[in-house]
Every structure is written in C-alpha cells, then in structure tokens.
Design a protein around this ligand. Structure first.
Ligand SMILES: *Cc1c(COP(=O)(O)O)cnc(C)c1O
Length: 855
C-alpha cells in the first residue's frame, strides 16, 4: 500500500511541480524543493517526489503557515502553467500546416530515456540524447509523445572491487516513488497492453506516464501479475539478459508501444500521431504493428500497400557506425516469435516480416535479422547524427541501394545537440544575468558572453572546479571504502585535486572504440604531465562498461589500477557510477574535455558539447560533431592516423600526438597569465567557443532541424498517401510492383550526342538522345537522365550534374527515344552517361527503390 502525502490547498501545487519533470531543468522549482529540507534534498539525490513523501503532519503545517513559502509555491505553479500553455516556436512557424491541417502529434520511440538522475532509465549517450530531445521539443512546443520501457532496475549501479574490477548491482526501483503515474481506464483499472506470444502465451504490460514539460512519455512495464514469472522480468533491466529477453523487450517497445499510444489517445483524447520517429533500430516493430493495423483494420490494405503508407510517416535515426553495435537477431528467433498463426502482429505473414530485416545484399549475413535494415526499409526518411556519421552510414548501408553512388544513398544527417537548461550550470546563468540583465534570453547567454568581465568569468570557473572537487572527493571516498579501505587510511582524500590546476575530464561508456586507456600509452610521459611542479594537470575519469563486455571492463580495470599508483594517486582519479548527476558537476568543473575515439566510430558524441557550454575547451580526435565544428580556435584536434592499418601503431601515433598537444600547447596556454593571474589567451578561446559553438550545439537547434527537415515532410507525405482511402499508398504499391516486374527488361540500348566536337568548348550546346527499352512501363513513369561530370582515370564521374531527358518517340513495342540538351559549363576532361530510374510522386528520393539502369 502506498500512502500519498495529502497537502492543503495552498501547498497542493507542489504535487504537480514534483511530477512534471520540468523541475529537472528549472532552477527556481528545484530551489523551492531544496528549501523544504536542504539536507534531505542532498541525501535523496535532489528528488522532489522523495521530499514530498517525507513530509509529516507538522512539516506540512509549518510550510502552510509560512506565507513566503506559500507565495513561492504559487509563483512556481503559475510559471509552470505559463510554460505549458504559451505559444512556442512550433506554432509561430505554422505547425507544419498543409492543405488545412497541422501536425499535432509525433511519436518518438527510444529504448532509453535519460531525463534526470532520479529516473535512471538510460545507459549512455543514446538515452541522454532522447531525454534532451523531449526537453527541447517541450521548450519549442513540438508536439512529441515519447514511448519507451520502464526498467525496474534501470541499467546498473557501478562500483569497483579492490582489484579495480567493475561490480554491478541492480537496485530495484519502486514506480510509486518516482514521478510516474499509471495510465488507467476510465473505470480506474490500469490499462493492460497485451501481445500474443508463441504457444498461446502472452506478454502483458502496464503503461507508466511521465510528464516532461509539455511532452508525455509512456513507459511500458511487464511487471504485471497476469504474466508468468519469466515474462514479468522482461523489462527488469536495460540491455540486460540474453536469450529471448531482448527480442521480447523490443517487441514490447515497438508493438506494445503503438498499442500504448492508441490507449493513451483514446483515454486522454490526445491526437493520434502522424509521424513516428525511432531513435535507433530497437523500436522497429512499431512499423510492423502499424502495417498490421492497416491490413486487419478498416483500411483493408494489402501488406505492400500498408508498407507504403507506413513508410511515408516514419523517420529512422541510425546511431552507430560500429558494425558490432547494430541490433540483430537470429532469423530463427524471429520465425519462432512471429511464425505462430496467433502471432503478435496479425495480418503480416512471417515471410514478409523476415524480408524487412533480411541482410539479402552483398556482404550480408542471411542468418541474421537486422533491426537497422528494417528501420531503413520502413522509414522513408533516414538520418545519421552528424555530417561525418551521415557519410559513414551511407557507405555502411549502401548495399541496400545497389547501383547508386554512395553520395546518392538516401541517408541524411541531423547533428545532435544538448539541452542547455539541463547541462549548463546555473552559476553560469546567474553570472550572465548579473552582468547582462535578468531577462537575457537563453541563447544570448552564449553569444554575449564576451560582455561578462573576464575576471568574473574566471572566478566563476574556479567555483565550478571547486564544486566538482568537493563532489569528486566524496565519491572517491565512498569508492575507496567499497574497495576495502578503512576510513582511517583515507585522510589523503581531503587533499585530492586542486582548484587551480588545469582539469581534464574524460567520461564515457567503456566501449572499446572510445579508447579509455589511450592516455596511458606512455605512462611515464603522462606522470610527468600530472606531476609538473609549475604547470600540473589533473584528470577525472568515469564510465561504465556493459556487464557482458569483459574487454571494456578490463580496460576500466587497467585505468582504475593505474590511478592507485602512488605517482598519480589523487591527481588522476576514476569515479564510479557515471550518471547524469555526476555529469552535471563534471562538465562545468573541467577546463578541457578529452575525447580520443577511433575515427570514425563516434557517431556524434555529445559530452564535449556539454563541456563546451560550460566554458571548457575540447581536445578531441576529429570525429563525430568535432569533425564538423572544430574551427581551429575552439579547442584542439588530435591528429588521427586513419590510414595506418596496424592498430597498435595507430594508437602509438595518436597517443604521441595527444601528449605533444598537451605539453606544447594546452598546458602552456592555460598557465600563461597576465599580471592579474588571468589566462587571457585561454579565456579568449573559451569566449570564442561559447559565442560561436554555443548556439550550434543546442538541442533547440537539433529539434528544429528534425521538425523542418524530417517531421513536416514526413507528415505531408503521410497525409498525401493516406488521402482518399489511401489512394496514394495503393497507387504507389501498384507502381512499385509494376516496376519490379518490368525492371529486368529495362535497358539503355543506345545513346548519342549531337554537337559534340572533338574539342568541346565552354558554351557548346549538345543534344543527347537515348533509346531506352522499358517493357510495359509507361515512359512518363520513369526518369531518364543524362549524368555528366569530371571523368577521372578509372572512368568514374565526379561533380556530377544531372539533366532530365524527355520522351519524344515510342515504337509501340516498349522502346522509347528520350532527348535533352545541355550547355557545357566546364573545362577539362568530361564524361557522361545516361541512366533510367523509377519515378513516382510519392517517392522522396530517386534512389528510394534501389533501382537504376545504366547502358
Ligand atoms: C552526455 C552523456 C553521455 C554521452 O556522452 P558521449 O560523449 O556521447 O559519449 C553518457 N553518459 C552521460 C551521463 C552523459 O551525460
């Protein structure tokens, strides 16, 4: 039984303030809860719900009779109300208006959401990004509804044993103690989402709802009495377990997620989503469930027609350029789970499902069902998370669009961003407000930072370093006790780290490509850096490794044991249990944020963005976002040895480059002081970083990019194919089938060009004729193009320009003449060819069907 605190009317808004997670990025609301009991606030890890449930009768009376407190509660409640109702950017931009409609709902699926440390439903960057996406969407008024799973034990809590080996524990969360409410039917009974499973069994789930500002987040939880004991554990851990658990989690996330959205829309009269965005492949079954709805429901579409309807409104974001990081299942496991006649997704035969995730392309593995590949087949719009990652993804998945140059593979990119309200330390905001006026807009804090006196900025940065050191000492003490030290031996911890020393941060998941131990490639050289009597550096490290990743754990152990070396003890420290709470202290307290992944395996990386927003400089390999936005003055690029095949030698070279940068550039710049002790050159770089990089790395910018470049076009496409009883989807499906039937007969028989002299000159006009066989395809339904560009030695074209040719003659037997003209605009060696492509008004890219024919 869970007894809720009953509050008198004057205090009752505290309940809404505690359950709307907007408090997690709204300092005045946090201060309000902290003020109730500052000690408890710290002990509970800054948890408003815990503060409220701790209140006893006499506390409530005391607060209710404190007129100042009651007034602050009312002010905070009014502020929240304003935040929730005021028109925002989204509405100012027309809300995706199209033929009289506006886009009212976008579903956003993610296996993890990192919103606040008190709701630990994340493992790393993917989840933090999802949390920041929801928060920024809320700030901008973008009507997103999040869908995920509720993991009773979250990811895991990390500590180390005496040997420095990672120990995992799984503290159990009670949803009643969290800012969650159960989604209930009108009669008060909890909503139950049911999935049919093999052999007549089922997987049931309840739906928890969190509120992230304006954005609802639905989390499915399999810990329901009607499940058998094993199924109750399906959602017990994030990325835990083996066997079928992960598959069943993903079935619940995708299929159950769509059903939860339907229940939510029905009960709360919320609009049904038009656009479905999946953050990585894990939620891919959501598309299959929507196909099933269209096949078995009123629409009565065929599977092919339903695929076209679903694709139009689906956006898929891929996140990993590491092949091993792609989510795949055994084909057999899919066949077992979906092969039953009473399977989880009626109307979609298992062979059709298997086709969607099949690696039936060059280099693919036929025994695997690939969730990213299904994401691409079920999403008309696909993107990576930085420009470089977009390019890497086009190359990695080009097998799905054979015959096309890698540049034409229809995968774009939106570079990730971070939520300033969550990640910028409030001391920096306060500093800006003190000097620039309290009504300064969030963005202007960055662009106008140079107006803040440099001495004041530097003093604040020292406070932030001190705040980090206090936090780090207390974490380190606990860690050493857990590793078997007695309090009596730990006196040294009181003097660990120094607020005037150049502080380097390095924290991230223990994935191998992140190369945690690169910095200790030459331990003596590193020791010299930290022990320099005049110009020392100190390094704070953190990060968890997946429990099953012994390689990652071994790297962490190597690092932890190195920090025990008396030569570096207290100067290089490893803090256990990297999470949002630690991160919020760590980024602001650092001067330099180090990142040395193996290029190009960092899809984007976001921790460096958070550090930059807090006045740190990045020292990083040119990978992910840094490859895009490093400008020579906002930090340093560690040279990569990309082409070097031998990984050991590559690490040697890159580590040497890192040391050299630190010794020759970073450290000297930091310690170069003017007569007031201010590192002017350093702070110039910081100020430049904040004003130029600041606005770009914001999640505001990211969600606006998604909205304008993906959500609105996807909504328009979805409406277009759904109009008039799905006429567009039926037509496109019919066209695709016809194209597939005829494509083997499509040929470019002959091409010629008139007006092409032996010595072509700029300005010459040439006219091109192509004789093309199309089988039964109507010439008006294909695109015939002349592609011309610079020809290089191996006969490939670069800088290609395309000229559309038009049909001018048919022989009545499927052969057609196309022609067009082009005026030469370039010099040098030119090459040209002609190609035939499918063309349909509901296709979004020429390469969409992966079909092209060349002479
Ligand atoms: C930002 C963040 C991450 C992701 O950092 P990357 O640089 O993308 O690896 C992981 N964990 C926490 C707690 C974070 O705040």
């Amino acid at each position: 039984m869970h007894v809720r605190t009953v509050l008198p009317a004057s205090l009752s808004p505290l309940h809404d303030l505690a359950v709307n997670l907007r408090w997690s990025w709204h300092p005045p609301t946090r201060d309000l809860f902290a003020g109730i009991d500052p000690e408890l606030w710290a002990v509970t890890g800054q948890d408003p719900v815990a503060i409220l449930s701790s209140l006893r009768g006499e506390d409530i009376e005391r607060l209710a009779s404190d007129a100042g407190f009651v007034r602050r509660v009312a002010e905070a409640a009014a502020d929240l109300e304003r935040y929730l109702t005021k028109p925002r950017w989204y509405h100012e931009q027309g809300a995706g208006r199209w033929e009289g409609r506006t886009l009212e709902s976008i579903a956003y699926f993610s296996p993890e959401f990192g919103i606040t440390a008190v709701l630990p439903q994340y493992s790393g960057g993917l989840g933090i990004l999802a949390g920041d996406h929801l928060k920024a969407a809320s700030d901008q008024g973008i009507p997103i509804v999040g869908v995920g799973l509720f993991y009773k034990s979250g990811y895991f809590a990390q500590r180390f044993n005496a040997d420095g080996w990672q120990q995992e524990s799984y503290p159990v969360l009670d949803p009643d103690d969290l800012p969650l409410s159960l989604l209930r039917e009108e009669d008060g009974s909890p909503v139950v989402i049911r999935l049919d499973m093999p052999r007549g069994s089922h997987l049931d789930a309840h739906v928890w709802r969190a509120q992230v500002g304006r954005v609802p987040l639905l989390l499915l939880d399999s810990d329901v009495e009607s499940n058998d004991p094993a199924r109750r554990e399906v959602t017990n851990r994030l990325y835990g377990g083996g066997g079928d658990q992960r598959l069943e989690q993903e079935m619940l996330l995708g299929i159950g997620g769509v059903r939860a959205l339907r229940a939510y829309a029905r009960i709360c009269q919320a609009p049904t989503p038009t656009v479905y965005h999946t953050n990585e492949g894990h939620a891919g079954f959501q598309g299959v469930e929507r196909i099933s709805e269209l096949v078995t429901g009123e629409a009565g579409l065929t599977v092919d027609e339903a695929i076209r309807a679903v694709r139009a409104g689906t956006v898929f974001t891929t996140h990993t350029p590491v092949p091993a990081g792609i989510d795949r299942f055994d084909v057999q496991a899919i066949a077992t789970h979906f092969g039953d006649p009473t399977c989880a997704i009626p109307g979609v035969p298992v062979e059709r499902l298997l086709e969607l995730g099949a690696e039936d392309y060059e280099g693919g593995d036929r025994s695997r069902f690939n969730m990213a590949v299904m994401g691409m087949r079920l999403g008309q719009r696909v993107n990576g998370v930085s420009e470089l990652h977009g390019a890497v993804s086009r190359d990695m998945f080009k097998g799905l669009w054979p015959g096309f140059d890698v540049e034409e593979v229809p995968i774009g990119s939106v570079t990730n961003g971070v939520h300033a309200g969550t990640w910028v330390d409030s001391r920096l905001y306060d500093l800006a407000k003190n000097h620039l006026g309290s009504d300064i807009a969030a963005r202007s804090v960055f662009t106008r930072i140079h107006e803040v006196p440099i001495e004041a900025f530097w003093a604040t940065k020292r406070e932030l370093r001190q705040q980090l050191i206090r936090d780090a000492r207390s974490r380190l003490r606990k860690s050493m006790v857990a590793r078997g030290s007695s309090e009596a031996e730990l006196g040294w911890i009181d003097s660990v780290l120094d607020p005037d020393t150049l502080t380097i941060g390095f924290a991230r998941r223990g994935a191998t490509y992140k190369r945690l131990t690169l910095m200790m490639r030459d331990p003596e050289r590193l020791k010299k850096l930290v022990n320099d009597p005049e110009r020392p550096v100190q390094i704070i490290i953190a990060g968890k490794s997946h429990p099953a990743d012994d390689t990652g754990k071994a790297l962490i152990q190597e690092m932890v044991r190195f920090t025990d070396d008396p030569d570096v003890r207290g100067k290089i420290i490893y803090l256990p249990n990297y999470d949002i709470a630690m991160a919020q202290q760590l980024y602001p307290g650092c001067d330099v944020w180090l990142n040395n992944p193996l290029r190009p395996f960092e899809a984007c990386g976001t921790s460096g963005m958070k550090a930059a927003l807090n006045g740190a400089l990045n020292l990083s390999i040119l990978d992910g976002w840094w490859d895009e936005w490093y400008d020579g003055q906002n930090g340093w690029a560690i040279p990569t040895a990309d082409g070097v095949e031998d990984p050991d030698r590559r690490d040697d070279l890159e580590a040497a480059a890192l040391y050299e940068l630190l010794e020759k550039t970073v450290v000297p710049t930091y310690y170069e002081r003017d007569e007031h002790g201010i590192p002017r050159r350093w702070l110039d770089m910081v100020s430049h970083t904040l004003s130029t990089l600041g606005p770009k790395v914001l999640a505001d910018r990211m969600v606006r990019d998604y909205t304008e470049r993906y959500y609105w076009p996807a909504a328009h496409a979805a409406w277009a194919v759904a109009a008039e009883d799905h006429a567009g989807a039926r037509d496109l499906a019919g066209y695709v089938a016809q194209v597939h039937r005829n494509w083997p007969r499509v040929r470019v028989d002959h091409v010629d060009a008139e007006g092409l002299s032996d010595a072509p000159q700029i300005g010459d006009e040439i006219s091109v004729h192509a004789y093309v066989a199309l089988g039964e395809l109507d010439p008006a339904t294909v695109r015939v193009q002349m592609a011309y560009g610079r020809a290089n030695a191996n006969d490939t074209l670069t800088d290609v320009e395309l000229v559309q040719l038009t049909p001018t003659q048919s022989d009545g037997e499927g052969r057609h003449r196309f022609e067009g003209r082009v005026r030469l605009q370039r010099t040098g060696s030119l090459g040209w060819t002609v190609r035939v492509l499918p063309m349909h008004p509901h296709m979004s890219a020429d390469a969409e069907l992966g079909l092209v024919t060349l002479p």
